[in-house]
Design a protein around this ligand. Structure first.
Ligand SMILES: Cc1cc2nc3c(=O)[nH]c(=O)nc-3n(C[C@H](O)[C@H](O)[C@H](O)COP(=O)(O)OP(=O)(O)OC[C@H]3O[C@@H](n4cnc5c(N)ncnc54)[C@H](O)[C@@H]3O)c2cc1C
Length: 467
């Protein structure tokens, strides 16, 4: 590999990172399973980290790796939670950390282009300086990059009104697995065959490396209203949401917590067992109060009792604060989250099936859920589970079992197996369930056409091709 390292150094200069600590920092993402295994000493470092400055330099890096048959692992902020970044000793991590910053801002056409490695929060602040917003607020906004958002088909907390990442991305630039550069045309819409951007939206680094992202922006809202109601049970709260969304009301934030999460977050604001629903409405003057009045009528008609606006303030102020896996593991607690989606008909049954299945796993101390992204046809469910396995040696088995029973319960009900965290390594074994045999064959064919040697993030999304 000395030849490759020398050739990379000639292309990248300071952008080739060989230092052991820095390689370790970039070797994986925030997957709980990696964190457990790291604690057990099972952890490989990549050959090196390449940090190119633009698509041209990256293209040269990719071609060099191809010619040497070396695996490439794209990495953004490393906040992914399903094992999309996991270096092996024979791989090169390609980091977007030097492809950063605002490239262009066109406030007339509401467009802003960023280098793919730009931190999400910094990107949002740059457009807010001009009175605009991307409107994409994942809980990990301060930990993730705009390129990572695209690669994982991320969702923000305001998605019910503003859409998920695929709705706010206007155009893209990427380096494909053969080193060629792809640029989508910057036009509001096209009827020119399949939308090729979607090979990269959710590509998880397997179909190419996103180098630049152009967002379709909005003016910052001029008025907002915060509202909360609590309901007798989760199902009644879901019915209320369905009735709010159905006629076309679109509060950016719509979150309903089950009884246990409601008590965990808002115990001073509701009786034990009831379920809290919070709304955040915003828009041009007059719009938010009108929408809030409609939501109130529907919630009250469903037996909802109004809660203080401070409930929403409390959520808003703490919405991005969560303990790290390291902190939990240090206390002997293993935890994770699983997000899935289904239609309104199946949501109540899916909620029960998944929480019951996880709760039955030995060592599990909690399995709770909420919904945070609503659509006319259904919504997501976001489960959180925690376990205190009897023995350190049981952590991985307990973790894998919780995931397996949740995926099996969801698959049995025909639910979508990932709403927004993606597939990574964690869900790849269920891709046939998710896509069907025909869909999986199509995805494998695309992968083989783009990357015949399976060098771009192998093992992610579809696993290694058994062929
Ligand atoms: C506390 C916490 C909260 C979270 N909240 C949310 C949330 O609200 N919504 C949500 O959707 N997700 C959430 N996530 C998951 C994660 O933040 C998202 O998946 C995010 O989009 C990943 O971005 P990243 O830059 O950190 O990517 P990474 O973790 O670096 O990579 C993720 C995957 O994308 C690939 N990749 C990264 N950059 C590129 C690129 N430029 N081109 C091609 N492939 C690339 C990697 O190979 C990997 O497969 C959360 C994670 C944490 C830890």
């Amino acid at each position: 590999m000395t030849d490759l390292i020398d050739e990379l150094a000639a292309v990248l200069g300071d952008g080739l990172i060989r230092d052991e600590t820095q390689r370790a920092e970039r070797a994986r993402d925030t997957w709980m399973r990696s964190e457990i295994l790291k604690g057990e000493g099972s952890f490989e470092l990549p050959l090196a980290v390449a940090a190119p400055i633009d698509a041209g330099q990256l293209s040269e890096v990719v071609k060099l790796c191809r010619s040497h048959g070396v695996k490439m692992i794209p990495r953004g902020g490393g906040s992914g939670v399903v094992g999309g970044v996991l270096a092996s000793a024979d791989s090169l991590v390609i980091s977007t950390e030097r492809m950063t910053g605002l490239r262009t801002l066109d406030s007339h056409n509401l467009l802003a282009t960023f280098g793919a490695g730009t931190n999400g929060y910094e990107a949002e602040m740059m457009v807010q300086d001009e009175g605009l917003t991307i409107g994409h607020w994942p809980q990990s906004i301060e930990l993730s990059t705009v390129g990572g958002w695209v690669a994982t088909r991320a969702s923000g907390q305001y998605s019910t009104a503003y859409g998920n990442i695929e709705d706010v991305v206007h155009s893209l630039e990427a380096v494909l697995p053969d080193g060629s550069i792809y640029r989508s045309r910057a036009t509001p819409r096209a009827a020119a065959g399949p939308d090729l951007r979607h090979l990269l939206l959710g590509g998880e680094g397997v179909t190419g490396l996103v180098t630049e992202v152009t967002f379709s922006l909005r003016p910052l809202p001029e008025q907002g209203v915060r509202q909360a109601f609590h309901f007798e049970d989760f199902d009644t709260g879901l019915s209320a949401i369905r009735e709010v969304i159905r006629p076309g009301w679109l509060p950016p934030v719509v979150r309903l917590y089950d009884g246990r999460e409601s008590w965990r977050h808002f115990k001073d604001q509701l009786p034990k067992g009831r379920c809290m629903l919070i709304f955040l409405h915003e828009g041009p003057p007059g719009f938010a109060p009108l929408q809030a009045a409609a939501a109130e009528d529907i919630c009250v008609a469903n037996g909802g009792l109004a809660a203080a606006e401070e409930v929403v303030d409390a959520w808003f102020d703490s919405r991005n604060t969560v303990p790290t896996w390291e902190e939990l593991l240090a206390q002997g607690i293993m935890a994770d989250t699983i997000e899935i989606a289904t239609d309104w008909t199946h949501l109540p049954g899916l909620y029960t099936a998944v929480t019951d299945a996880i709760s039955a796993v030995p060592g599990v101390i909690a399995a709770t859920g909420h919904t945070s992204h609503s659509y006319r046809s259904g919504a997501n469910l976001y489960f959180t589970f925690a376990a205190i396995p009897a023995d350190r040696a049981d952590f991985v088995t307990t973790y894998d079992t919780c995931w397996r029973v949740a995926m099996e319960a969801a698959a049995a009900m025909g639910a979508g197996l990932s709403h927004h965290h993606g597939i990574g390594r964690m869900r790849r074994d269920w891709m046939a369930e998710e896509l069907g045999d025909g869909g999986l064959a199509m995805l494998r064919a695309v992968k083989a056409a783009l990357d015949a040697d399976n060098l771009m993030n192998p093992g992610v999304l579809i696993g290694d091709d058994p062929a």
